[in-house]
Design a binder for this molecule. Structure first.
Ligand code: IVH
Length: 666
């Protein structure tokens, strides 16, 4: 029986590795996502039931697990150097001359794209991924293996081949444009700051201390440098071809060039073609192809003498500033936007540029009708980087930041130490009212998905809804007469509103839209205070004692609760049955005194925060990594096989959620 299971597990791993490679490396899927998930689920179930067959290289590791410990530092076997830069044809030709002079013979150049992400060094031993380390200071970096295992295009186990017993392969982890846009959209929905560009998003993602969150980011990785004491051949280009056959995602846009003229053609080609790539590059890397020639040239302290990068210029265009308009967000923040004479830049027509705040307008000393230089760097929205003051007409009108709200006329406020202006009229300023309601119903808040922006706009226009409280006053009689409202949608809306009463406190708190209180802050506040009543009574000191809460947020929370209208709203929502208390109450006891408990995997009754609270409320210690001191491993659904194996190896009892509840019922 167990033999048959072992065999099934091994077969599943093999099949999943194959489909993984087809999909993520070759982009040629052979089965549907659904079938893939079915196979993966079966493997997870079998591995969970049979921890004796656990394997750190199983494809099931790709789903991540939720409690990485702090990153360990690992010293690079070969230091991670950087590259010298060139910016024009002359500098490139100078590099070629230096190389040829030093070599005293001809050479070939391998040209590659310069991926704009974050570099990574992967070590393999006997065909298995050993660890993944960030560049760090070039000498040593962070061990981010758990996070990197979630990147589907990185093989955990190699295809059969003649790879060296031990080698390192380096490359760039990046976020393709599509994944970047999706991520930023989600962040805006949860009140988190969007990433400025895919590069920041990629490096930020790698540092998350929770690999199941990293798994959702859909990072990708191109590999471009093989290092070993036993390299297969003398050509870098050919070695990478071999790496491809072992299962690595090696870029196809490489070219082996016979002369520097050919290199220049390659550069010129990609200078325009890069716009059609689904990811960012910021230049071209030119490498002497022969490894023995590379060794002959050697390295300086910082960079190799056998390679150089050619950096593309950030694309710029000149156009005219037509006007500045101001947008009011849901928390009243006023953002200036430059309206430009349409101009072609990096393949798209640019009509607007972000100006961020009043300081930027001042620094640029913007005047109406100015000829401005716009630039599109790694950022999605172009920015104004310069003004041609010499072309300005004598009596040109200086751009002055507006003093009153463009929507409601209120005098704008600017807090000391903050760059942004905002409209203080949160009660009747239309975009603020609508924005607050739209935020309240959004997916990560109350998740009332039968209502959308358009419906809220319609309700607002009809005078039906002027605050979130009004949502809970809606009924069939009010909705049916509206245009385009069918029986079914009315029913859906009312049912969804009813269901929203089950949404947990932390999300209700987020939904209230308190300035600076995003999803994570709301979670921390809910955990720390447990109820709206306690939160309302909390002093500034008590608030700033909470994880990740600084003075700015604390003050904003105090200000929110000092407004009688907000208190009235909360009271009304409480009467409607919304949750204003965390579901787990600290029922203090000594039942778990002296015990160290680690919870892992998805639990039925508790969120990660809640289980911690319960353990601690009963005198226990909630820990995040297994050691000999651990008393119990509380295993939930989809628990990582690593954890299970480690617990079994150390003889630590594994308990279920039911066992845990029984311990508390004593
Ligand atoms: S080779 C010794 N090849 O550029 C240098 N680097 O400025 C080995 N990069 O840290 C690097 N694309 O993160 C190489 N095709 C490519 C690259 C590349 C992007 C990054 C890499 C490196 C940085 C150097």
């Amino acid at each position: 029986m167990t033999n048959a299971i072992k065999k099934e597990i091994e077969e599943l791993r093999q099949v999943l590795n194959h489909h993984n490679h087809q999909y993520y490396v070759l982009s040629q899927p052979e089965i549907s996502d659904y079938d893939y998930d079915q196979l993966m689920n079966r493997l997870i179930v079998l591995e969970k039931a049979h921890p004796e067959f656990a394997d750190a290289h199983s494809p099931s590791q790709r789903v991540g697990n939720d409690s990485n410990s702090d990153f360990k530092q690992i010293t690079h076997k070969y230091p991670m150097l950087s590259l010298g830069n060139t910016y024009n044809e002359q500098e490139l030709r100078d590099f070629d001359k230096r190389v040829k002079k030093e070599l005293n013979q001809d050479c070939q150049y391998a040209c590659e794209l310069k991926y704009d992400g974050t570099s990574i060094s992967l070590s393999y031993q006997n065909g298995k991924l050993l660890h993944a380390v960030t560049r760090g200071d070039g000498e040593k970096g962070d061990d981010v293996s758990q996070n990197v295992k979630t990147i589907r295009s990185i093989p955990l186990v190699l295809n059969p081949g003649s790879y060296p017993e031990r080698f390192e392969i380096r490359g760039e982890i990046f976020l393709p444009h599509k994944a970047f846009e999706k991520l930023n959209k989600e962040r805006e929905e949860t009140g988190e700051n969007p990433f400025a560009n895919p590069r920041n998003a990629a490096s930020g993602s790698l540092k998350i201390q929770n690999s199941s969150l990293v798994a959702k980011r859909r990072l990708d990785c191109f590999l471009y440098n093989l290092l070993s004491d036993q390299l297969p051949g003398d050509s870098h280009y050919q070695n990478l071809n071999l790496c491809k056959s072992w299962g690595f995602k090696i870029p196809s846009e490489r070219k082996l060039c016979q002369s520097i003229d050919e290199v220049w053609d390659y550069i010129m080609y990609w200078d325009t073609e890069r716009r059609n790539l689904p990811f960012d590059i910021d230049g071209i890397v030119i490498k002497v192809d022969s490894i023995s020639q590379q060794n002959q040239l050697g390295n300086t302290a910082k960079s190799p003498r056998w390679a150089i990068s050619y950096k593309f210029k950030a694309e710029q265009a000149e156009t005219r500033l037509l006007s500045v308009s101001y947008q009011v967000g849901r928390t009243g923040t006023v953002t200036p936007v430059a309206n430009l004479e349409p101009v072609l830049l990096a393949g798209t027509t640019v009509k607007r540029a972000s100006l961020h705040n009043a300081d930027i307008i001042d620094t640029l000393d913007l005047h109406l009708n100015d000829v401005v230089q716009v630039e599109k760097g790694g950022e999605i929205i172009p920015k104004i980087v310069g003004v041609k003051t010499e072309l300005r007409k004598n009596k040109a009108e200086k751009i002055l930041f507006i003093e009153n709200c463009p929507e409601c006329g209120s005098r704008l406020v600017r807090n000391v130490g903050e760059a942004a202006h905002y409209c203080p009229n949160s009660k009747t300023c239309p975009p603020q009212i609508k924005g607050k309601i739209i935020h309240f119903i959004s997916r990560k808040a109350m998740n009332i998905d039968s209502l959308g922006e358009e419906t809220i706009e319609l309700f607002y226009q009809q005078g039906l809804v002027k605050s979130v409280a009004d949502l809970y006053k809606l009924n069939r009689e009010k909705l049916m007469p509206l245009e385009r409202m069918a029986e079914k949608s009315v029913k859906n809306i009312l049912t969804n509103l009813e269901l929203s009463k089950n949404v947990p406190f932390e999300r209700v708190l987020f939904a209230l839209g308190i300035r600076h209180v995003g999803a994570t802050v709301a979670k921390n506040l809910a955990k720390a205070f447990g109820s709206i009543q306690k939160l309302r009574e909390a002093s500034l000191e008590a608030l700033t004692d909470v994880e990740e809460i600084g003075e700015k947020i604390a003050e904003s929370v105090r200000e929110y609760f000092s407004d009688p209208e907000n208190l009235e709203l909360i009271e009304f929502l409480q009467q409607q049955g919304l949750n204003f208390e965390a579901s787990v109450k600290a029922a203090e006891s000594d039942l778990l005194k002296g015990l160290q408990i680690i919870a892992s995997g998805k639990l039925q009754k508790y969120s990660r925060e809640e289980i911690k609270q319960v353990i601690e409320a009963h005198g226990g210690k909630a820990v995040s990594s297994i050691s000999k001191q651990t008393s119990y491993l509380l295993a939930g659904e989809n628990i990582g096989p690593n954890k299970l194996k480690k617990a079994l190896d150390l003889g630590i009892p594994v308990i279920s959620e039911e066992d845990f509840d029984k311990m508390l019922a004593r």
